[in-house]
Ligand binder design. Structure first.
Ligand code: ATP
Ligand code: MG
Length: 143
Protein backbone atom coordinates (compact mmCIF):
# COMPACT_ATOMS: atom_id res chain seq x y z
CA UNK A 1 0.00 0.00 0.00
CA UNK A 2 1.24 3.49 -0.73
CA UNK A 3 0.60 6.57 1.33
CA UNK A 4 -1.62 8.90 -0.66
CA UNK A 5 -3.30 12.25 -0.25
CA UNK A 6 -6.83 13.02 -1.37
CA UNK A 7 -9.07 16.07 -1.35
CA UNK A 8 -12.22 15.83 0.74
CA UNK A 9 -15.01 18.40 0.86
CA UNK A 10 -17.86 18.33 3.36
CA UNK A 11 -20.55 19.97 1.23
CA UNK A 12 -23.07 22.65 2.30
CA UNK A 13 -25.90 20.17 3.01
CA UNK A 14 -23.84 18.19 5.55
CA UNK A 15 -22.40 21.36 7.12
CA UNK A 16 -25.91 22.82 7.55
CA UNK A 17 -27.11 19.61 9.21
CA UNK A 18 -24.17 19.70 11.68
CA UNK A 19 -22.68 16.44 10.40
CA UNK A 20 -19.07 17.68 10.21
CA UNK A 21 -18.06 15.74 13.32
CA UNK A 22 -19.87 12.55 12.33
CA UNK A 23 -18.16 12.59 8.93
CA UNK A 24 -14.66 13.34 10.19
CA UNK A 25 -15.02 10.58 12.82
CA UNK A 26 -15.52 8.07 10.00
CA UNK A 27 -12.34 9.17 8.24
CA UNK A 28 -10.30 9.05 11.43
CA UNK A 29 -11.70 5.64 12.49
CA UNK A 30 -10.48 4.20 9.18
CA UNK A 31 -6.99 5.60 9.71
CA UNK A 32 -7.14 8.65 7.43
CA UNK A 33 -5.39 11.69 8.88
CA UNK A 34 -6.34 15.30 8.24
CA UNK A 35 -3.19 17.12 7.11
CA UNK A 36 -4.88 20.35 5.97
CA UNK A 37 -8.31 21.90 6.54
CA UNK A 38 -10.22 25.11 5.98
CA UNK A 39 -13.82 26.20 6.30
CA UNK A 40 -14.78 28.49 3.44
CA UNK A 41 -17.70 30.03 1.65
CA UNK A 42 -16.86 29.27 -1.99
CA UNK A 43 -17.37 31.98 -4.57
CA UNK A 44 -19.08 31.15 -7.85
CA UNK A 45 -15.81 31.22 -9.79
CA UNK A 46 -14.19 28.78 -7.31
CA UNK A 47 -17.02 26.26 -7.67
CA UNK A 48 -17.11 26.68 -11.45
CA UNK A 49 -13.35 26.14 -11.68
CA UNK A 50 -13.33 23.17 -9.33
CA UNK A 51 -16.11 21.39 -11.23
CA UNK A 52 -14.98 22.57 -14.71
CA UNK A 53 -14.69 18.90 -15.74
CA UNK A 54 -18.51 18.71 -15.49
CA UNK A 55 -19.10 21.95 -17.46
CA UNK A 56 -21.06 20.24 -20.24
CA UNK A 57 -23.23 18.14 -17.91
CA UNK A 58 -26.89 19.12 -17.46
CA UNK A 59 -26.46 19.33 -13.68
CA UNK A 60 -23.43 21.69 -13.78
CA UNK A 61 -25.29 24.94 -13.04
CA UNK A 62 -27.25 23.43 -10.15
CA UNK A 63 -24.10 21.79 -8.80
CA UNK A 64 -22.28 25.14 -8.73
CA UNK A 65 -25.28 26.86 -7.05
CA UNK A 66 -25.43 24.12 -4.44
CA UNK A 67 -21.71 24.28 -3.69
CA UNK A 68 -21.94 28.03 -2.98
CA UNK A 69 -25.20 27.78 -1.01
CA UNK A 70 -23.33 27.68 2.31
CA UNK A 71 -19.90 27.08 3.83
CA UNK A 72 -17.91 23.92 3.08
CA UNK A 73 -15.07 22.23 4.96
CA UNK A 74 -12.21 21.43 2.61
CA UNK A 75 -9.59 18.93 3.80
CA UNK A 76 -6.58 17.01 2.64
CA UNK A 77 -6.71 13.44 3.96
CA UNK A 78 -3.59 11.29 4.08
CA UNK A 79 -3.11 7.57 4.57
CA UNK A 80 -2.62 4.17 2.96
CA UNK A 81 -4.72 3.96 -0.21
CA UNK A 82 -6.36 7.24 0.86
CA UNK A 83 -8.08 7.93 -2.48
CA UNK A 84 -10.01 4.66 -2.69
CA UNK A 85 -10.45 4.39 1.05
CA UNK A 86 -12.15 7.80 1.11
CA UNK A 87 -14.39 6.83 -1.84
CA UNK A 88 -15.38 3.63 0.01
CA UNK A 89 -16.22 5.55 3.17
CA UNK A 90 -18.26 8.07 1.12
CA UNK A 91 -20.34 5.50 -0.80
CA UNK A 92 -21.84 5.78 -4.28
CA UNK A 93 -22.59 9.20 -5.81
CA UNK A 94 -26.33 8.49 -5.60
CA UNK A 95 -27.20 7.98 -1.91
CA UNK A 96 -30.00 5.61 -2.92
CA UNK A 97 -27.33 3.29 -4.37
CA UNK A 98 -24.76 3.81 -1.60
CA UNK A 99 -23.90 0.82 0.58
CA UNK A 100 -25.27 0.80 4.14
CA UNK A 101 -22.90 2.39 6.63
CA UNK A 102 -21.39 4.81 4.12
CA UNK A 103 -21.57 8.57 4.62
CA UNK A 104 -23.89 9.11 1.67
CA UNK A 105 -26.22 6.26 2.68
CA UNK A 106 -26.45 7.56 6.23
CA UNK A 107 -26.50 11.35 5.80
CA UNK A 108 -27.56 12.20 2.22
CA UNK A 109 -30.92 11.87 0.51
CA UNK A 110 -30.39 12.92 -3.10
CA UNK A 111 -27.67 12.73 -5.76
CA UNK A 112 -27.46 16.50 -6.09
CA UNK A 113 -26.92 17.07 -2.35
CA UNK A 114 -24.71 14.16 -1.39
CA UNK A 115 -22.72 15.45 1.61
CA UNK A 116 -19.14 14.86 0.50
CA UNK A 117 -16.67 15.12 -2.34
CA UNK A 118 -13.60 12.93 -2.74
CA UNK A 119 -10.93 12.87 -5.45
CA UNK A 120 -11.35 9.96 -7.85
CA UNK A 121 -7.72 9.25 -8.83
CA UNK A 122 -4.07 10.04 -8.22
CA UNK A 123 -3.89 12.80 -10.82
CA UNK A 124 -7.22 14.42 -9.90
CA UNK A 125 -6.18 14.33 -6.23
CA UNK A 126 -3.01 16.28 -7.05
CA UNK A 127 -4.88 18.83 -9.16
CA UNK A 128 -7.71 19.25 -6.64
CA UNK A 129 -5.37 19.62 -3.64
CA UNK A 130 -3.37 22.28 -5.53
CA UNK A 131 -6.63 24.04 -6.45
CA UNK A 132 -7.37 24.77 -2.78
CA UNK A 133 -4.08 24.51 -0.84
CA UNK A 134 -0.60 25.96 -1.17
CA UNK A 135 2.11 23.38 -0.37
CA UNK A 136 3.00 25.23 2.87
CA UNK A 137 -0.63 24.90 4.08
CA UNK A 138 -0.29 21.11 4.21
CA UNK A 139 1.12 19.84 7.49
CA UNK A 140 3.38 16.89 8.35
CA UNK A 141 1.77 14.40 10.77
CA UNK A 142 5.00 13.28 12.41
CA UNK A 143 3.46 12.34 15.75
P1 ATP B 1 -17.75 14.10 -6.14
O1 ATP B 1 -16.98 14.51 -7.38
O2 ATP B 1 -18.60 15.21 -5.57
O3 ATP B 1 -16.90 13.40 -5.13
P2 ATP B 1 -18.61 11.76 -7.51
O4 ATP B 1 -17.19 11.65 -7.98
O5 ATP B 1 -19.21 10.59 -6.80
O6 ATP B 1 -18.81 13.00 -6.57
P3 ATP B 1 -19.20 12.95 -10.07
O7 ATP B 1 -19.65 12.14 -11.21
O8 ATP B 1 -17.80 13.47 -10.04
O9 ATP B 1 -19.55 12.16 -8.73
O10 ATP B 1 -20.20 14.18 -9.95
C1 ATP B 1 -19.86 15.33 -9.18
C2 ATP B 1 -21.06 15.77 -8.40
O11 ATP B 1 -22.06 16.22 -9.31
C3 ATP B 1 -21.75 14.67 -7.59
O12 ATP B 1 -21.19 14.52 -6.32
C4 ATP B 1 -23.16 15.19 -7.49
O13 ATP B 1 -23.25 16.15 -6.45
C5 ATP B 1 -23.33 15.87 -8.82
N1 ATP B 1 -23.98 14.96 -9.76
C6 ATP B 1 -23.42 13.92 -10.42
N2 ATP B 1 -24.31 13.30 -11.21
C7 ATP B 1 -25.47 13.97 -11.05
C8 ATP B 1 -26.79 13.84 -11.58
N3 ATP B 1 -27.08 12.87 -12.45
N4 ATP B 1 -27.73 14.72 -11.16
C9 ATP B 1 -27.44 15.70 -10.29
N5 ATP B 1 -26.21 15.89 -9.75
C10 ATP B 1 -25.26 15.03 -10.12
MG1 MG C 1 -16.15 13.27 -8.86
Amino acid sequence: MTTERTLSIIKPDAVSKNHIGDIIARFEKKGLKIVAAKMVQLKQKDAEGFYAVHKERPFYKDLVSFMISGPVLIMVLEGDDAINKNRDIMGATDPKKAAPGTIRADFAKTIDENCVHGSDGVETAKTEIAFFFKPEEITQRIR
